[in-house]
Design a binder for this molecule. Structure first.
Ligand code: ZN
Length: 376
């Protein structure tokens, strides 16, 4: 490590740890506000940038960029929200084995710190450069009032977006699976549990159809637990089963199941939904909670070249089972570079980010921006 590297490492580490201390969960809007204030204070010293705050249904987003009406050629994009942990005291960090451990370290406060530092440094050095930064606060619950709002309603545009929320240091995500989050409801007829012949058990009938659906997925696309990469086939998980019934001796008249279905191309939301509906049958009511088509990210080959040059290792182009906010940019035709520093145990209490890889990722982004914007 050069002295530049270690100075950068300590700046990024301090900023990440400060961000982790603010529990920016969905149930704590005041903490999310506090985090945005902290970030804004961080950016205030830059005289030449324009800071715009948006709000949609209680979710704030911050968009920062040069003082011009032209969209930035490169946009850095992240989210400040983290998932909820049962223990409210878990929102702090520790340094061990060259890693920062703590809730949100890897997803994605470490990456937020890199983008903030990068944005500040680049704008201080080259006032007016065509580099933007967008930070949202609802990615973990779907991005509807964050990136979707910014792109579809606030008119956010960019030449290309860097989203450090997927892939790895030498793994650039080029495709993401589509999503169907469905709530399936079945109605029946209540009766005393001792006389099932008098009732219609909504829960049993629902589970029968859901089991048929799961068998359909298992037969057509069996899950291979031994493969470590590229599970590029449709999957279906039954994640919630509910009934308003609370009596052991009553047959439930209502039940619902929530499914998480993921699929690669050429499947589409429409075709997958038709398929699922025909297997579940006409007696099940299907309510889509969230849907997204699979998307190709159209990442920039120059980003991969720069990653190879800086890391000295080849880049692997990967396909991701999970979806990210990238899909909203793709719907608007904006290409996305999706990779990130080395991270692990995402959404666990011992979530981590590797500090050296943060520095490397910083240099990758910096060189990429310099090349694209013809500065040095
Ligand atoms: Zn994330």
């Amino acid at each position: 490590m050069t002295s530049d590297d270690s100075e950068l490492a300590s700046r990024l580490t301090a900023l990440t740890r400060d961000l982790i201390l603010i529990p920016t969960t969905d149930s704590r809007p005041a903490e999310r506000e506090r985090c945005f204030e902290f970030i804004q204070n961080h950016l205030d010293s830059l005289g030449s940038v324009q800071i715009t705050s948006y709000e949609s249904k209680g979710y704030r987003s911050l968009v920062v960029g040069p003082q011009t009406s032209e969209p930035p050629e490169i946009l850095l994009c992240g989210h400040i929200d983290v998932i909820e942990h049962p223990d409210p005291d878990s929102y702090h960090s520790a340094i061990r084995d060259g890693r920062i451990y703590g809730p949100g370290a890897g997803d994605m406060k470490g990456a937020d710190a890199i983008m903030l530092e990068l944005f500040r440094t680049m704008h201080a050095r080259h006032p007016g450069i065509s580099l933007g930064l967008a930070l949202t606060s609802d990615e973990e619950i779907g991005g509807k009032n964050g990136v979707r709002f910014l792109v579809e309603e606030a008119g956010l545009q960019a030449g290309i977006v860097i989203v450090p929320d997927g892939g790895s240091l030498n793994e650039v995500t080029i495709e993401e699976k589509g999503v169907l989050h469905l709530r399936v409801r079945r109605e029946g007829h209540s009766a005393h549990g001792a006389r099932p012949w008098l009732g219609t058990n909504a829960l049993e009938l629902l589970l029968e159809r859901v089991t048929a659906l799961r068998s359909y997925f298992a037969e057509n696309w069996p899950i291979d637990k031994t493969a470590d990469h590229g599970h590029w086939y449709p999957t279906c998980s039954l994640n919630i089963v509910e009934t308003p019934n609370e009596s052991a001796n009553r047959i439930p008249s209502e039940a619902s199941a929530t499914l998480d279905i993921r699929f690669p191309p050429p499947h589409t939301v429409g075709a997958m939904l038709d398929n699922v509906a025909s297997i579940l049958g006409a007696d099940c009511y299907i309510e889509p909670l969230m849907t997204a088509d699979p998307c190709h990210l159209d990442s920039d080959p120059i980003f991969c070249e720069v990653t190879e040059a800086i890391t000295g290792n080849p880049v692997k182009l990967i396909r991701a089972a999970g979806a990210s906010d990238s899909r909203f940019f793709r719907k608007a035709g904006i290409p996305v570079n999706l990779s990130r520093p080395l991270v692990g145990n995402l959404h666990g209490e011992d979530e981590w980010i590797d500090i050296n890889s943060m520095v490397t990722y910083y240099w990758i982004c910096q060189r990429y921006i310099e090349q694209k914007l013809h500065i040095s």
